[in-house]
Design a protein around this ligand. Structure first.
Ligand SMILES: *Cc1c(COP(=O)(O)O)cnc(C)c1O
Length: 378
């Protein structure tokens, strides 16, 4: 391949990361924990407005700690979005609980609050309410958190938002995750900002974060020797990676604007093409447009999303189907699902386009030309 590959969402460093990494090296805190981790947590709290933050090794680890703190255990159920990544719910399974999957709404592609309300009424009738509700903020668009909180409040069910994809996104004027019992963020290499791998658990509940902090460090008691009264995990973030995170946080705002500009550019070039639609933006918020997601309607467009994906791949351009709904995953074949048709339809017709913040207008035009050319083949 002569042309460099266009990735779906590659890391985009600012240069400032290296200064913080040098500082970390100079301090010799080449360890989990250290001053960079403390500073990253403080700065992340400032950016999000969620007062208590715990930096950990991944978003999945953050979700595991959140659910453990809420007492999720064997025999419990959690209600989660079906249109999401498995890291959103695998921690519930680690803890012996079972996920029940809730379909998306057409307007937001996120957990449908009305469907959630029905599912909770039904569970209440049977006396088996879930231990937690876990809506995902899909592709950087916040779920309708206030509606979800209002539906859960009468039952006292805590909401943990999966904000792995929505760092920098806004919901009703506040940062993604504000108002939930706990929010989980990811800094994996493909996310809008990255530490190569990492995550954050954030909450307004100081006690929750304090205990999660203990669990993330092997649940060591306050004693001069190693003493343990419960079983924890080794989930802390490395001081070096927190240094990268501090550099990335300084360009978060810029990255959101770049992601949104990428989306707008695709929309300008493709919105007139019959059979192509874009992921809608809910009026209550401002998506970070982590990935530009489109719907390809084969009958109107003249090619399937998979035809488009293959045509792009032939030009060394990475595109990917929408998340395969979790209720369709082999591992969850016996799990309960409430609805499911909307997520199935989005999966069948959806496609995520290369959405890197370093894409040029020329790159995007090239991608769009290849997409448009797919029509003629049919
Ligand atoms: C990336 C992602 C996660 C998991 O984050 P990791 O840091 O990779 O463990 C969880 N949920 C969603 C929706 C994600 O996109």
């Amino acid at each position: 391949m002569d042309k460099p590959r266009l990735f779906l969402s590659p890391p985009h460093l600012s240069g400032q990361e290296l200064e913080f990494v040098h500082e970390a090296f100079a301090s010799n805190y080449i360890a989990p924990l250290g001053p960079m981790v403390d500073a990253f947590e403080r700065e992340f709290a400032d950016v999000t407005g969620i007062p208590h933050c715990l930096a950990v090794s991944s978003g999945t680890a953050a979700m595991h700690l959140a659910l453990r703190e809420l007492g999720v255990g064997p025999g419990d159920e959690v209600f989660a979005s079906t249109l999401t990544f498995i890291g959103s719910v695998s921690p519930a399974v680690f803890l012996g609980a079972s996920p029940v999957f809730i379909d998306s709404s057409r307007e937001t592609w996120n957990m449908d609050p009305a469907l959630l309300a029905e599912a909770l009424e039904d569970s209440a009738r049977h006396g088996d309410l879930p231990k937690a509700v876990i809506p995902t903020d899909l592709y950087g668009q916040c779920a309708d958190l206030d509606e979800i909180l209002a539906v859960c409040a009468p039952y006292g069910i805590p909401v943990v938002t999966d904000c792995a994809e929505s760092v920098g996104a806004i919901y009703k004027g506040r940062h993604a995750g504000v108002g939930a019992k706990a929010a989980v963020f990811s800094f994996n290499g493909n996310k809008i900002i990255t530490t190569s791998g990492g995550g954050m658990l954030a909450s307004a509940d100081a006690t929750l974060i304090e205990h999660a902090r203990k669990l993330s460090q092997q649940a060591r008691d306050a004693a001069p020797w190693y003493q343990h009264s419960e079983i924890g995990y080794n989930y802390r973030m490395s001081n070096i990676l927190a240094a990268i995170g501090r550099g990335q946080l300084r360009v978060l705002h810029q990255r959101v604007e770049q992601k949104r500009a990428v989306f707008e550019r695709y929309r300008q070039e493709l919105s007139q093409v019959p059979g192509i639609e874009f992921m809608p933006e809910a009026p209550y918020g401002r998506s970070n447009r982590w990935l530009t997601a489109i719907i390809v309607e084969p009958e109107l467009f003249g090619a399937t999303p998979e035809d488009v994906r293959r045509a792009l791949e032939a030009e060394n351009i990475e595109a990917r189907p929408i998340w395969k709904p979790l209720h369709l995953q082999p591992v969850f074949r016996s799990a309960k699902v409430i609805g499911g048709k909307v997520a199935e339809d989005l999966f069948r017709r959806g496609l995520c386009l290369p959405s890197g913040t370093a894409l040029t207008e020329h790159d995007i035009s090239r991608v769009c030309a290849i997409i448009r050319a797919c029509r003629k083949k049919h």
